[in-house]
Design a protein around this ligand. Structure first.
Ligand code: ADP
Ligand code: MG
Length: 251
């Protein structure tokens, strides 16, 4: 489904992602791990189009997407939950989720965020879709509440619902478990397992190797922008290069 071939991206002459190649099959759950600054978020932004690749190609369903803007990739089914909170505090939980449906059009995301008037029927359909996704992540009772009133863990679930509201075929999750308490992490893991069971293809960046190992079929390990290991979670955990990359980290 996703084919990345020799992709590179630098900032100020320093490579954040360097000559990375990897493939993700339809229905696969693929973990991306590595120390801070390894290039994990940059790789995701290259896949979504929020950053442009300097070299290499990216194909989705056999179609070259590496020159497409983010909304065109979203329309093909590429959806992301960004690292860190992106909550529109002045809007309700439902409205926050509805924003996701508009990521597929050029004007949509900004217009939705600014609450520009739209066709009422379209608005109602999107609200219904948002409610279905809110039910999926267990937030039905919060739909009409201000997003800012949601506990932190539930804000993460809301962001997941927003990404799902875009109707993804490939869902990218950038450290969705960071900052969550144990119970919230467990709820998130169950949710990711449920999404996998529906056949959704998932890429998951995660710091905690044990957490990611449980949820994915294969893992790619990045360090200093390069792939240093790739394989099943069991294999990765015993890989010397992985152990040293993690042990060498100060956090
Ligand atoms: N927009 C940017 N401008 C400049 N440097 C960046 C930018 N985004 C990422 N970097 C740099 O690229 C490297 C990889 O960052 P990132 O992809 O965020 O790593 P990770 O997600 O693995 O922690 C880091 O050295 C970071 O400082
Ligand atoms: Mg990151």
């Amino acid at each position: 489904m996703l084919r990345i071939d020799g992709v590179s991206r630098s900032f100020g002459g320093v490579y954040a992602v360097r000559d990375v190649s990897l493939g993700v099959a339809e229905g696969e759950a693929h973990g991306v791990i590595g120390p801070n600054g390894a290039g994990k978020s940059t790789l995701f932004n290259l896949i979504t189009g929020h950053l442009a690749a300097e070299r290499g190609t990216i194909s989705f369903d056999g179609v070259r997407v590496d020159r497409m803007p983010p909304h065109r990739r979203a329309a093909l089914g590429v959806s992301i939950v960004f690292q860190g909170a992106r909550v529109f505090h002045g809007m309700t939980v439902r409205e926050n989720v509805m924003v996701g449906a508009h990521s597929r059009t050029r004007a949509g995301f900004a217009a939705a965020a600014l609450r520009l008037p739209r066709h009422r029927r379209e608005e109602r359909e999107i609200a219904e879709r948002a409610d279905r996704e809110l039910a999926r992540v267990g937030l039905t009772e919060w739909a009409g509440h201000p997003a800012g009133s949601l506990p932190f863990g539930r804000q993460r679930a809301m962001q997941l619902a927003r990404a799902l509201c875009a109707g993804p075929r490939l869902l990218l999750l950038d450290e969705p478990a960071s900052g969550l308490r144990a119970g919230e992490r467990e709820a998130l893991a169950v949710l990711v397992e449920e999404l996998r069971a529906t056949g959704l293809t998932i890429m998951l960046i995660e710091h905690d190797v044990a957490f990611v190992a449980r949820l994915v079929d294969r893992v790619t390990v990045l360090d200093l922008g390069r792939i240093i290991a790739q394989g099943t979670p069991e294999r990765i955990r015993s890989e010397p290069a992985v152990v040293s990359a993690y042990l060498g980290e100060s956090t």
